[in-house]
Design a protein around this ligand. Structure first.
Ligand code: G6P
Length: 608
């Protein structure tokens, strides 16, 4: 949730760190800070609020040095404030640290230190860590880390600077990601790749409890036991442009518009479009594994969970394979029954969501095969799963997920077709026809984006509404859930997703004159049912928009229709989500919301 960046080299570190923090602002943004080794002493600047406050502070009161660490925060312990912002320093001002994660036993540790006479100035768990470092420090920071880290319960990614070794950054991690980047201009640490991509493409991913000692011209790695280890770097070939807004007003809009390309790239990754054949080597299950499966469970959080719901429905329907989708935050505590021939797909854009990592580990521990549907190669989830199902979406910066969701759903559609084929539920011809339908989606998505003005106009009339219902049946219900999430995340309008058939069992009581009802109507075999449900809402004063392709006259009679290009029902939600994303975007824009960084949210939730 928070972001870390650090630099040590021959150049002034402040510019490197502030630039890195700018790229990380989407991770957390209620305060930010920087600590720099200035002529052997640690200088610190911290500011509550957006990063620009820190930048102003550093401009008014400059810092200069070649080694430093920075942080952008999303508060967990202690309110957002200058004091609670990172970096934190010990009482003697000799050590400074930045921290992502939560130290779960910080209260006990703090009490222990207070009894020894140490005075704390912040409310954070992070200050406990730096005070522990100072208390147990003898003559070397590396030894101190080995002494203190076993005392810490919870999760952490830590960057540490120490006055005794002014050109060195120490870093380590447990449960929160941390990377080290090598460059000609010096070496860097960061919580996420985009923070340092401008300077380094050769990245080392720290494993749990490994320690890196980062100096201007050398990086040394040690394992948990203190043994020196050799690590290989990974070359990252993301396009730098991909981390910029490219002339769009917001990252979210850019990412919505990237979807036709993302769909095409992801499709190409899994399907040989000339032969209309699935690339076997990309799929997680061999023919014999697919046939032997008794159950497929999908797991994720937030938008990834919604993609999973879509996936489980398609897998059950097409492959006639029992399939469920769980929220990762529930799965880890529900003592799940795991079948002998059960496999898992954990879904995560970032690959770093704490609950999803825990679910993955639980599933792996049961002996099941676990595939990760993930957008970040090298992330914890991508590395720990037995197989990576990569979404070729490029870096997603806006907090509200759009293109990563589409890529996840597309991969799950391919997986469902593959399983159906391998389990004898689809003939070769039917598989090819299904893949051909998928291959047509990017172009149809492009055409849909051209309808943006209409949606923008609709939003300009509706943006003051107090609540919105999103309704649908079957796949459309899961689509409604994602559409409602987008709306509440960025426009802060109370949005509720409801299964259309359930409307009359309660929520109808909330429909009054002018209540906005967005009806997802992509599933033709229940379109008549949907028309009835819409009518129920309409006669109570609801204003209804129906989203779907080839609407029936009955549907047209009861709702304003936002028409999709003709599309196979099984894959239609992938198109229908696009107008819903644009709708949320324009509602938020009209309401003056901070679209890319909505209040109280963070892009990747690396704490429980
Ligand atoms: C946060 C984000 C959501 C995202 C969810 C899961 O809540 O705000 O947009 O869907 O985490 O993230 P993941 O990286 O695991 O897909």
């Amino acid at each position: 949730m928070c972001g870390i960046v650090g630099y040590t080299g021959q150049k002034d570190c402040v510019e490197f760190i502030l630039k890195g923090l700018t790229r990380l602002e989407y991770r957390g943004y209620d305060s930010a800070g920087i600590a720099v080794m200035e002529k052997g002493r640690i200088g610190v600047r911290k500011a509550k609020g957006r990063l620009k406050n820190l930048k102003n502070l550093v401009e008014d009161n400059p810092l200069k040095g070649r080694t430093g660490i920075g942080h952008t925060r999303w508060a967990t312990h202690g309110e957002p404030s200058d004091i609670n912002a990172h970096p934190h320093v010990d009482v003697n001002h000799q050590i400074a640290i930045v921290h992502n994660g939560i130290i779960e036993n910080s209260y006990v540790l703090r009490r222990g230190l207070e009894q020894k006479g140490i005075r704390f100035i912040s409310e954070t768990d992070t200050e406990v860590v730096v005070q522990l470092f100072a208390y147990y420090y003898k003559d070397d920071m590396l030894n101190t880390l080995y002494r203190v880290l076993p005392m810490l319960e919870g999760s952490f990614a830590l960057g540490v600077i120490d006055q005794h070794r002014p050109d060195t950054i120490y870093c380590t991690r447990k449960g929160s990601p941390l990377i080290v980047g090598e460059s000609k201009e010096g070496n860097l640490i960061a919580s996420d790749i985009p923070a340092i991509l401008e300077y380094s493409r050769d990245i080392y991913f720290l494993e749990e409890m490994e320690i890196a000692v980062v100096e201007p011209a050398a990086i040394r790695f040690y394992d948990e036991m203190g043994n020196f280890i050799k690590k290989e770097s990974s070359h990252i070939d993301w396009d730098m442009e991909a981390a910029e807004k490219d002339g769009y007003a917001h990252f979210m809009l850019k990412e919505i518009y990237q979807q036709p390309k993302v769909l095409a790239d992801t499709l190409n990754h899994y399907v040989d479009l000339e032969k209309m054949a699935i690339r076997r080597e990309m799929m997680p299950f061999s023919p014999s594994e697919a046939q032997a499966l008794d159950k497929l469970t999908l797991i994720g959080c937030g938008t990834a969970y919604h993609a999973g719901l879509m996936g489980q429905s398609l897998v059950s329907r097409l492959a006639r394979l029992q399939s469920e989708c769980d929220m990762a935050s529930e799965f880890r505590y529900k003592d799940p029954i795991i079948e002998k021939n059960e496999a898992f797909v954990v879904i995560s854009q970032s690959g770093e969501t704490a609950d999803t990592i825990a679910a993955l580990r639980l599933a792996k521990a049961s002996g099941s095969k676990v595939a990760a549907l993930c957008n970040v190669i090298g992330s914890t989830i991508a590395r720990e799963a037995h197989q990576l199902l990569y979404t070729v979406a490029g870096p997603e910066i806006a907090v509200a997920s759009t293109k990563a969701y589409s890529a996840q759903v597309l991969v799950l559609m391919i997986l469902a077709l593959d399983l159906a084929h391998l389990r004898g539920r689809l003939s070769d011809e039917e598989l090819k026809a299904g893949l051909a339908e998928l291959a047509a989606l990017p172009q149809k998505a492009e055409a849909l984006l051209e309808q943006k003005e209409h949606i923008q106009y609709f939003a300009s009339r509706q943006f003051n509404c107090k609540k919105i219902f999103f309704i649908g049946r079957l796949l459309d219900f899961y689509l409604a859930m994602e559409a409602a999430l987008k709306q509440k995340e960025i426009s802060y309008i109370h949005s509720e997703a409801y299964s259309a058939g359930e409307l009359k069992h309660g929520p109808l009581a909330l429909i009054e004159e002018g209540t906005l009802v967005m009806a997802m109507t992509t599933q033709h075999h229940v379109m008549d049912k949907m028309a009835s449900n819409i009518q129920e809402a309409r006669v109570r004063g609801g204003t209804v928009v129906a989203v779907g392709s080839s609407p029936t006259p009955e549907l047209r009679a009861v709702a304003e229709v936002w028409e999709l290009p003709p599309v196979d029902d099984r894959f239609a939600p992938l198109l229908a989500i696009i107008p819903m994303q644009l709708f949320a975007y324009y509602m938020a824009l009209q309401r003056g919301c901070d679209i890319d960084k909505p209040r109280n949210l963070a892009k990747s939730v690396t704490v429980e």
